[in-house]
Design a protein around this ligand. Structure first.
Ligand SMILES: *Cc1c(COP(=O)(O)O)cnc(C)c1O
Length: 391
């Protein structure tokens, strides 16, 4: 048998050991962590909708009508009117022909990719794609070719030299870097080489583009340019679950083939109703996105002036590059001592030597919250003085 305890010990010694913090109370910037009040800059609740009174009311009001449990899979007797209405709402919101509701983004990526590519096909995947995309690729048994991050020229060469069914998959916004995929160019080469383009917009939906319709909409692209859009509902939308949206024939195909859709219990239908309420809010509430944008630009100017190395991001994901695992942990620890929660992200989530602090902003952060973060960062700047920055 493998020595599991020894592997854990090794992780501890290399600064890679992971622990869980115990949070109580609702998700919001003011968190109670291990019983202590903390100001959090690490959630993906970008619009502050995870604890929005309107969404909570929608959930409470839905329960008498829907009950709690999903009770069966969608293809047995679990496909509730509430799920169906959410799918129609999501299709309308993303300006797509149809949509399919999954239980999580992880399951959506696993199910969609493994259904749309098979043994003998080739999947081209950005080197920095999310773990769930990587796992979906592996599950498909297709040939996997990873292309250098956002390198359309390299991808184009690979596509030109590959025959058969081709699928290109990318994050819309990269989860640990905050930068965006060059979707216009990707759409162009995919069309030219007859490759199916799949975009996982987990961090773009709700935040980017007109009415928060995401990175594809922000680039002015349509379903014709990017046939498959995957989005999660647990991040900016503030509820739970995920969706895929695109042409009807593809959604129909996924209902037949996506195993993570078929062989799992449907989400509690009340969640679907609360999610519809949240989408309504996202569509009409531009003020949240505007405030979030102001926090982001102010943070970038001030943190850069302090000598911190930020990444090429204009999204709510604003990592501070550190490099060394221990230095990233020390910085995170020092901030924690000042009551601020900013998590260190280490390998294998990011490449070796690229440990970082992943700062994320929410529309529910105030400018006073931002000032607290900046003051703390200013007082901790010396911790990185002797560190080799990776970028
Ligand atoms: C978070 C995330 C997922 C997984 O979504 P869940 O709904 O949390 O399972 C998928 N892709 C990307 C890029 C993500 O950041």
């Amino acid at each position: 048998m493998r020595n599991f305890a020894e592997e854990i010990e090794q992780r501890k010694q290399t600064g890679l050991y992971r622990t869980r913090r115990l949070v109580s109370g609702p998700q919001q910037p003011e968190l109670t962590v291990n019983g202590k009040p903390m100001l959090s800059f690490c959630s993906n609740d970008y619009l502050g909708l995870a604890n929005h009174p309107g969404n909570l009311d929608a959930l409470r009001n839905a329960l008498p009508e829907t009950g709690l449990g999903g009770a069966a899979s969608h293809l047995i007797c679990g496909h509730h009117t509430a799920h169906h209405q959410l799918e129609e709402r999501l299709a309308a919101f993303t300006r797509r022909s149809s949509a399919l509701f999954f239980s999580t983004g992880y399951m959506a990526n696993m199910g969609v990719i493994s259904a749309l590519a098979a043994r003998g096909d080739t999947i081209f995947s950005d080197r920095l794609n999310h773990a769930s995309i990587i796992d979906g690729c592996i599950l498909s048994r297709a040939t996997i070719r990873r292309y250098p991050h956002n390198d359309v020229a390299a991808l184009e060469t690979m596509l030109a030299n590959t025959s058969g069914h081709k699928l290109v998959v990318t994050d819309g916004v990269f989860s640990m870097d905050g930068d965006m995929a060059p979707l216009k160019e990707l759409a162009r080469v995919c069309k030219h080489y007859d490759a199916l383009l799949v975009v996982d917009d987990a961090h773009g939906i709700g935040v980017l583009g007109p009415e928060g319709r995401g990175s594809i909409a922000e680039c002015g692209l349509s379903e014709d340019d990017v046939p498959v859009l995957i989005g999660t509902l647990g991040k900016a939308v503030g509820t739970s679950g995920a969706f895929v949206a695109g042409p009807e024939v593809l959604m129909d195909y996924l209902v037949q083939k996506a195993r993570t859709y078929i062989y799992t219990t449907a989400m509690p239908p009340a969640i679907a109703i609360a999610t519809c309420a949240s989408i309504d809010l996202i569509e009409r509430d531009n003020a949240r996105r505007d405030h979030l944008g102001s926090l982001i630009s102010e943070f970038r100017v001030r943190a850069t002036a302090m000598g911190y190395t930020l990444m090429d991001s204009r999204t709510p994901i604003q990592p501070i590059m550190v490099g060394d695992n221990w230095a990233a942990m020390a910085l995170s620890q020092a901030l924690e001592e000042q009551g601020l929660l900013v998590t260190a992200i280490r390998p294998p989530t990011v490449p070796v030597g690229e440990a970082r602090l992943r700062v994320t902003f929410s529309a529910t952060h105030s400018f006073e919250d931002l000032e607290r973060l900046l003051a703390a960062l200013n007082s901790c700047r010396h911790l990185l003085d002797n560190t080799d920055l990776a970028v």
